[in-house]
Design a protein around this ligand. Structure first.
Ligand code: NAD
Length: 231
């Protein structure tokens, strides 16, 4: 069977959960990666059965995750995370939460050539409520780091673990191509970068690893992230 990794699942209300469920319905085993600040809440919801209704698959069984990895996609290695983050409540006990750490854990758990699908369903723009006219350099770069470079780094580190013919996919938004008021904080810029990077990565990773790289421009949907900005 195929194995999928969906990065950016922390509840049952976003695209990541729906994508994970669709992969499971199609017969794949599904691992997810969850942002450490949201990890405990997510594990509690799962454990207490609060998501059992949305976990229900067509055959009546419940969606299960083969692994739930911690992931903060703004860090490529643990050394990149500042001490105050590494020692903070939500991070200190989860192990290596970087993208490099994720790759190492997947390699240790399943070996090389063990992944068929990597689905990137994460974004963050700390100043998303600010129009571009008011965005700080730090806010702009943070949006690009979490929302665009995270894909580049994931392909760098996970492609070697993927089987030829495998697929990498992410989610983008139309605000990259048209001016959409409200989608601020440099998130529109980050999505434009994500789309351009998708074209270049598909060229490069296609040749080097035999992988496909795509992005889907999703319509507006009231996930947790989107509700915060009224999209
Ligand atoms: P969501 O809140 O369900 O998913 C975003 C996830 O990213 C959350 O689980 C969050 O914990 C995680 N995350 C944030 N920062 C992170 C980090 N540094 N490291 C790891 N994980 C981190 O919201 P969603 O709307 O389902 O978003 C999923 C994807 O879909 C995003 O790329 C988003 O931009 C895209 N998208 C959303 C819409 C929409 O209207 N909801 C439209 C088009 C595209």
């Amino acid at each position: 069977g195929k194995r999928a990794l969906v990065a950016g699942v922390a509840d049952d209300g976003g695209f990541g959960f729906a994508v994970a469920k669709a992969f499971a319905e199609a017969g794949a085993s599904v691992c997810v990666a969850t942002w450490p600040p949201a990890l405990n809440i997510f594990l509690n919801l799962l454990e207490r059965g609060k998501m059992d209704e949305s976990r229900k698959l067509r055959d009546g069984s419940l969606l299960t995750f083969e692994r739930i990895y911690p992931l903060d996609a703004i860090y490529d290695s643990l050394e990149d995370a500042p001490d105050d983050v590494r020692s903070s409540k939500r991070y200190k006990d989860v192990g290596d939460f970087s993208i490099g750490g994720l790759a190492q854990r997947i390699a240790a758990d399943f070996g090389d050539q063990s992944l068929d699908i990597v689905f990137h369903s994460l974004a963050n723009g700390p100043e998303v409520k600010k129009p571009l006219l008011e965005v700080s350099r730090a806010g702009y770069l943070a949006a690009s780091s979490a929302s665009a470079y995270s894909l580049v780094s994931m392909v760098q580190r996970l492609a070697p673990l993927m089987r030829p013919g495998g697929s990498v996919c992410s989610l983008t938004y139309m605000a990259s191509e048209r001016a959409i008021p409200g989608y601020g904080g440099g998130m529109s810029s980050a999505k434009a970068a994500l789309e351009s990077d998708t074209r270049v990565l598909s060229f490069e990773a296609g040749r080097k690893y035999g992988l496909r790289v795509n992005t889907i421009s999703a319509g507006p949907f009231a996930s947790r992230a989107a509700s915060a900005i009224g999209i």
